[in-house]
Design a protein around this ligand. Structure first.
Ligand SMILES: Cc1cc2nc3c(=O)[nH]c(=O)nc-3n(C[C@H](O)[C@H](O)[C@H](O)COP(=O)(O)O)c2cc1C
Length: 187
């Protein structure tokens, strides 16, 4: 290589390093997205974000849920109607997160009738999760995590889905840190 072209190539190096750095930075960055109607899941999501150094994004419904909307004893309540309708996609308020900034995405939700609320399907369908590592988690009144994320996984088959889990309302930072270690997610 001639001296001049060698020097030119040398000049391009920092740019190449910067590009690589930006990519690996995005790969490491963690987003913790959650929907929470009464605050339990949001509490757990905040602990995950704080423990792992991630950004918290709340999936906020354009039309907030009232107590009457959440009445599962009432077959005609908004939540009962939405969960009975596989095509229901409640709208999300505000902007979606800039997914290009993240490599790992936790998605949290309360179990509603055994599965994730429909608004979480809205979120998964509207965000580009291709190639992201996605970890679902839930809170519930007792139901296990089981197949609660199956419809989400179906909606984003090009994401790398990890096994999800149910977390208790008071999930500890140390418990979350060891779960993250099992998942191979370093802080
Ligand atoms: C409409 C509705 C349906 C629910 N269905 C279930 C269920 O099938 N199994 C369960 O264990 N808990 C169920 N729950 C309880 C919630 O999953 C639980 O209280 C959860 O922790 C609430 O989280 P949040 O405060 O983040 O909304 C349901 C709650 C609502 C409002």
């Amino acid at each position: 290589m001639k001296r001049r072209s060698f020097l030119l190539a040398l000049g391009a190096l920092p740019v190449a390093f910067m590009a690589a750095g930006a990519a690996s930075g995005a790969e490491r960055k963690i987003l913790v997205a959650c929907f929470s109607a009464t605050g339990t899941t949001k509490g757990v999501a905040s602990t995950i974000a704080r423990t792992l150094g991630g950004d918290l994004y709340e999936i906020a419904p354009a039309q907030p849920y009232t107590a009457a909307d959440l009445d599962w004893h009432d077959k005609a309540s908004r939540s009962s109607l939405e969960m009975a309708d596989a095509g229901a996609r409640p709208a999300i308020a505000g902007a979606l997160p800039d997914m290009a900034r993240y490599g790992t995405v936790f998605i949290g939700y309360p179990i509603w009738w055994g599965i994730a609320p429909r608004i979480v399907q809205t979120f998964v369908e509207r965000c580009d999760l291709k190639g992201k590592t996605v970890i679902p988690f839930c809170t519930s009144g007792g139901s296990a995590f089981a197949g609660s994320a199956d419809l989400l996984i179906k909606a984003a088959p090009q994401a790398v889905w990890k096994d999800g889990r149910r977390l208790n309302a008071g999930a500890s930072a140390s418990g979350i840190a060891s779960w993250a270690e099992e998942l191979g997610i370093a802080r």
